[in-house]
Design a protein around this ligand. Structure first.
Ligand code: NAD
Ligand code: UDP
Length: 329
């Protein structure tokens, strides 16, 4: 039986493909490489280059792959700032892609899908940590598009035999344990890879966006989830659905928050580099603190976080220092 990984050439999707293969699953990938890398997908996975909104392509994939037991869906545009400038493009790709996928699943009788949602569906939460009961009030088109996708899945699951799990990731970071794949976004905006680029000497310094937040040291607090822990949750979610589990949503984080300065300190310890920093202004739309309450994922999926921030940065550093040009060479 095959797991079809949509967006399997991207940062998170490529780690899912890698871990599924290592656990003996048969894997096929669809990706249009808009932000992904062909080199991130191992030869053991069958690769279809194209857009999930292309109904003809989806029909060809579902026809060729005769034994799809479930989908993992990672395709999306996912930059908050870009989504504020180009909302229509975000709804077209994220929501449009989801429609095409749900239609193909229905047409070909594929029953299970695990998909990437995000803490951005919560907007600026009134309290922390954030549980599945916290109201979802996105404050940007990216978060809104993911909330719409969650709702589409819910209605589709009520109308058909399909079941889904929406996994709302908090801050994903890290890389494969041996550093052979890792994060390689062309326009990098995330804190940890930018800090490591400074450690590599690719940037002069890291600007920390604001130290006047309502937190212990004034910088924002985020909850970092290790890549291996994250993919483990996807595999557990897929197995849960295959075993007859009902459609559900889970918040995925380590349930532990780190301030931006604590992240920087940990990176200095791991890399042994100075990593110069400057204090900048707030980045618009950043909530003071985003920490997950992942109790439900533990109880229902039997999922347990194994790795802390030091492990995350160690793996990320292994990837960055062994691949100075990322996937370019
Ligand atoms: P990414 O950009 O590296 O991966 C997305 C992949 O999907 C890329 O390979 C891209 O080429 C592909 N893709 C996009 N649109 C497509 C389309 N229409 N057809 C076919 N392929 C398409 O991003 P990522 O960081 O790996 O994120 C994966 C998912 O996780 C996204 O849905 C994102 O919203 C979600 N997410 C990420 C984070 C994070 O911290 N990285 C946090 C929360 C949620
Ligand atoms: N951040 C920062 N400098 C950077 C990039 C990010 O200070 O160059 C901060 C950002 O303001 C936030 C935290 O790091 O407080 C995490 O940001 P990231 O973009 O990695 O993830 P987000 O929480 O926005 O999904």
């Amino acid at each position: 039986m095959t797991v079809l990984v949509l967006g399997g050439a991207g940062y998170i999707g490529s780690h899912a493909v890698d871990m599924l293969l290592s656990k003996g699953y048969d894997v096929a990938v669809v990706d249009n490489l808009v932000t992904g890398h062909r080199a991130a997908v191992p030869a053991q996975a069958r690769f279809y280059e194209g857009d999930v909104r292309d109904r003809g392509l989806m029909e060809r994939v579902f026809t060729s792959e005769k034994k799809i037991e479930g989908l993992m869906h990672f395709c999306a545009y996912s930059l908050v700032g870009e989504s504020m400038e180009k909302p229509a493009m975000y709804f077209d790709n994220n929501v449009g892609g989801c429609i095409s996928i749900l239609e193909a699943m229905e047409e070909f009788g594929v029953k299970h899908i695990v998909f990437s949602s995000t803490a951005a569906t919560f907007g600026i939460p009134e309290s922390s940590p954030i549980s599945e009961k916290t109201p979802q009030k996105p404050i940007n088109p990216y978060g809104e598009s993911k909330l719409i996708m969650e709702k589409m899945m819910k209605w589709q699951s009520e109308a058909t035999e399909m079941t889904y799990v929406a996994l709302r990731y908090f801050n994903v970071a890290g890389a494969a344990n041996d550093g052979h794949i890792g994060e390689a976004h062309k326009n990098e905006t995330h804190l940890i890879p930018i800090i490591l680029q400074v450690a590599q000497g690719k940037r002069e310094n890291i600007t920390i966006y604001g130290d006047d937040y309502q937190t212990s040291d004034g910088t924002c607090i985020r909850d970092y989830i290790d890549m291996e822990d994250l993919i483990d949750a996807h595999i557990k979610a897929l197995e849960y659905l295959k075993a007859g589990g009902k459609s559900d949503q889970f918040n995925l984080g380590s349930s532990h928050g780190y301030s931006n300065l604590e992240v920087l300190d940990t990176a200095r310890q791991v890399t042994g580099k100075e990593i110069p920093s400057v204090m900048g202004l707030r980045r618009p739309g950043d909530p003071d603190e985003l920490v997950a309450d992942s109790t439900k994922a533990k109880e229902v999926l039997g999922w347990q976080v194994q790795h802390d921030l030091t492990h995350i940065i160690e793996n990320a550093w292994r990837w960055h220092s062994s691949h100075p040009d990322l996937y370019e060479k």
